[in-house]
Design a protein around this ligand. Structure first.
Ligand SMILES: *Cc1c(COP(=O)(O)O)cnc(C)c1O
Length: 422
């Protein structure tokens, strides 16, 4: 029995499902997880001594690769000065200044400890600022696990949402409206009916949690216009796209300015960090300058702030266009190999992220994403992992490349893909 299997057996007796986040259990792809001992650059090493080329990269944070030396030196030096102060520290000011200088719409920013906290707090702020209760989100967009966002679309456009999981009271999602992504008409219709009750639209400006789904031309501009017409706030959840779509995130790339932005993943470089920021007049409504309460014992943690700052400073020196071109070429070849085996593939790609859907349809929303054949993905996942290639343990996820991935990594991956059978 492998050490991973032994650990998994033990873990299942004392941790629900053996994991601290459900997707790690690999149930969707029909196998057990591997337990990771260490990681470096583009590679993961499991407890049984197997090496993997990683396309998950901790689900997005590690754009420089695993254990980046610059990030780690900064974190170690900060740790030696103390793990937490519960008082302001210089690094949080420096990281805030860096984010404000890079993200086009962000004038002020508040640090939290996860993406979930960022979106939950941004929603509270939007409600406090507008004095309205409703929030509009899109089917297939993930905004963390706060109750208000764990809503399933009701039947019929603009119907009241249903709880997305047991444990969420119907009353908690009574103010959440769920609409299909990339459909402006549904948004306009909803605003015509109840626009003055809607505090905010929250959207992934490119959706990375139903696989990768890109915004149609004019979609984000249309959301901006509707919000302006009805006095609602536009929140871009850039937890994935922030600093991956470019140093200015998706808002820099697509040229649309949200009122609030939520960040996570890359800003912490692997440490637990989230942030939300935006227009100064809105952010100043937060306590202690304003009435909207939000707090955190470990927020602005000095080690995480030092790592995040070093990460962004290092990313400023990197060639995003080159990584995007290399990723596109790699993803196109990967998709061509799978197609050559008689499997239909729709490839969505942007920046250093891509998703292959095993369907003949274009994928522009969750309904289309659901037509992807999960059995094909599971077969691909298992055979690639057996050959030392680590893909996401669910088909509805982005694959991520990083600045640590080499042409040799891509060539090995494509060689492994050629051997897969369906
Ligand atoms: C991952 C993610 C979150 C949640 O972040 P956590 O750090 O897991 O709480 C929120 N929004 C988006 C778009 C994400 O991808």
């Amino acid at each position: 029995m492998s050490l991973s299997s032994l650990l998994y057996a033990k873990a299942q007796t004392i941790i629900p499902g053996g994991v601290n986040s459900p997707i790690r259990a690999c149930r969707g792809v029909g196998c057990e997880p591997v337990f990771i001992e260490s990681a470096k650059g583009s590679k993961l090493y499991d407890v049984d001594g197997n090496e993997y080329i990683d396309y998950v990269m901790s689900w997005g944070p590690l754009l420089l690769g695993h254990a980046d030396p610059v990030v780690h030196e900064a974190a170690k030096a900060a740790l030696d000065r103390g793990a937490s102060f519960g008082a302001p520290c210089p690094a949080e000011v420096d990281l805030a200044a860096k984010i404000v200088s890079l993200m086009p719409s962000v004038q002020m920013v508040r640090m939290v400890n996860s993406g979930t906290e960022a979106t939950m707090s941004a929603l509270r702020l939007a409600r406090g600022f507008t004095g309205r209760d409703c929030v509009l989100k899109f089917d297939g967009c993930y905004h963390g696990h706060a109750d208000a966002f764990l809503a399933a679309a009701g039947s019929g456009v603009a119907a009241q949402a249903a709880p997305g999981t047991p444990g969420v009271p119907a009353a908690t999602v009574a103010h959440t409206i769920v609409l299909p992504y990339n459909n402006l008409d549904a948004v306009r219709e909803t605003f015509t009916a109840k626009g003055r009750q809607i505090a905010a639209i929250i959207v992934e400006p490119a959706a990375g949690n139903m696989g990768l789904v890109l915004p149609r031309p004019g979609y984000l501009e249309g959301l901006r216009a509707v919000c302006d017409e009805y006095g609602a706030l536009l929140i871009f959840d850039e937890v994935i796209t922030g600093f991956r779509w470019g140093l200015g995130g998706a808002q820099g790339r697509y040229g649309v300015r949200p009122d609030l932005t939520t960040l996570g993943k890359i800003i912490g470089a692997g440490f637990p960090v989230g942030a939300y920021g935006g227009r100064k007049d809105i952010m100043e409504k937060l306590s202690p300058t304003g009435p909207v309460f939000q707090a955190g014992t470990l927020s602005g943690n000095p080690v995480a702030m030092a790592a995040g700052l070093a990460n962004l400073c290092e990313l400023e020196k990197r060639d995003y266009a080159a990584l995007e071109a290399a990723t596109r070429e790699f993803a196109q070849e990967f998709a061509a190999i799978i197609r050559s085996k008689g499997i239909p593939v729709t490839l969505n790609h942007a920046a250093s992220a891509f998703t292959m859907y095993f369907t003949g349809r274009p994928v522009e929303d969750m309904a289309a994403a659901r037509t992807s054949d999960a059995k094909i993905y599971a077969a691909l996942y298992r055979q690639m992992r057996d050959q030392g290639i680590y893909l996401a343990s669910l088909g509805f996820e982005c694959s991520f490349t990083s600045f640590a991935h080499s042409q040799t990594d891509f060539e090995k991956t494509l060689a492994a893909a050629k051997k897969v059978t369906f």
